[in-house]
Write a protein that binds this ligand. Structure first.
Ligand SMILES: C[S@@+](CC[C@H](N)C(=O)[O-])C[C@H]1O[C@@H](n2cnc3c(N)ncnc32)[C@H](O)[C@@H]1O
Length: 261
């Protein structure tokens, strides 16, 4: 099955997106595999999954390619990445639905077209939320995922204060990976990728800027640079009704957290 459009603009932007993200996360593919395999191991091959902060759909694509009877609802607030995903990932028909929604909007779950899902997944996305927004999001996800379903979140989740050596090792590894990818190998980094994308999709890039300004006004600017720690994720998931919350894959502060509803 052809799942990626071969039209150069979509194909190139999709593959440079993956290269750029892999520059920051050299084990990104392994992390995707951990999430994909766990879905099958817990749920079997037929399930509905919501991909939170899907970007152009890198994770949804891997799930749908692995499980031909699965369906995915891919949610993001970025018009450029949604346009890219919609055009680059073809051939899934009704199995892949795109939803344009901000995960901080109280009504985002109403726009999914499904009341319940078997799983919620996310990669490199929820760290954009401040702890208050993350608590609220997990509450909503706790109502969306059916009992016995799962949440799998792959993201950088920093160590708690007092674990300075672990934190230093993680920071150094992250800096080394970025240097090797962007300086040594010449992969376009985040800023360069967005410049190229804005050249290719100027209207969406403009819409993106306008939306981000409106969202900052509505939800406020994120409080500080520090990402939300692992223990905050665990507390928020517990309060949202999840159990068996534990790391199933880890590379220093980059982890996949599995939680059972
Ligand atoms: C670094 S990208 C990762 C995309 C994709 N999950 C991947 O692994 O390639 C982060 C994504 O989170 C999305 N995102 C961040 N905050 C969001 C919010 N409040 N609502 C919806 N999407 C959000 C961004 O638009 C972006 O697509």
């Amino acid at each position: 099955m052809t799942t990626v459009d071969t039209e150069p603009r979509w194909h190139d932007l999709m593959s440079t997106w993956d290269a750029q993200q892999t520059g920051y996360l050299p084990r990104r593919e392994e992390r995707f595999t951990a999430i994909v395999r766990t879905l099958g191991a817990v749920l079997g091959g037929r399930f509905t999954v919501v991909d939170l902060g899907c970007g152009p759909g890198s994770l949804s694509r891997r799930i749908l390619d692995t499980y031909p009877e699965a369906t995915a609802v891919a949610v993001d607030a970025d018009p450029l990445l949604l346009r890219l995903g919609r055009n680059a990932l073809i051939g899934y028909g009704e199995r892949l639905r795109w939803v344009d929604a901000d995960l901080r909007d109280p009504s985002w779950t109403e726009r999914l077209g499904v009341e319940r899902v078997d799983a919620a997944v996310s990669t490199t996305a929820l760290h954009w939320l401040d702890p208050g927004a993350l608590f609220t999001l997990y509450q909503r996800v706790g109502r969306l995922v059916r009992p016995g379903g799962v949440l799998l979140n792959g993201d950088n989740m920093p160590y708690d204060p007092g674990q300075a050596i672990h934190e230093r090792l993680a920071n150094e590894a992250n800096e080394r990976a970025a240097h090797e990818a962007f300086t040594v190998a010449g992969v376009p980094d985040w800023d360069r990728w967005w410049t190229q994308a804005a050249d290719a999709l100027a209207d969406e890039a403009r819409e993106r800027q306008e939306r981000r300004a409106r969202a900052d006004e509505r939800y406020g600017l994120r409080d500080g640079d520090r990402l939300t720690s692992l223990s905050t994720h665990v507390t928020a998931l517990t309060e949202a009704g999840f159990r068996e919350i534990a790391t199933i894959w880890q590379d220093l502060d980059d982890r996949v957290l599995l939680a059972v509803r």
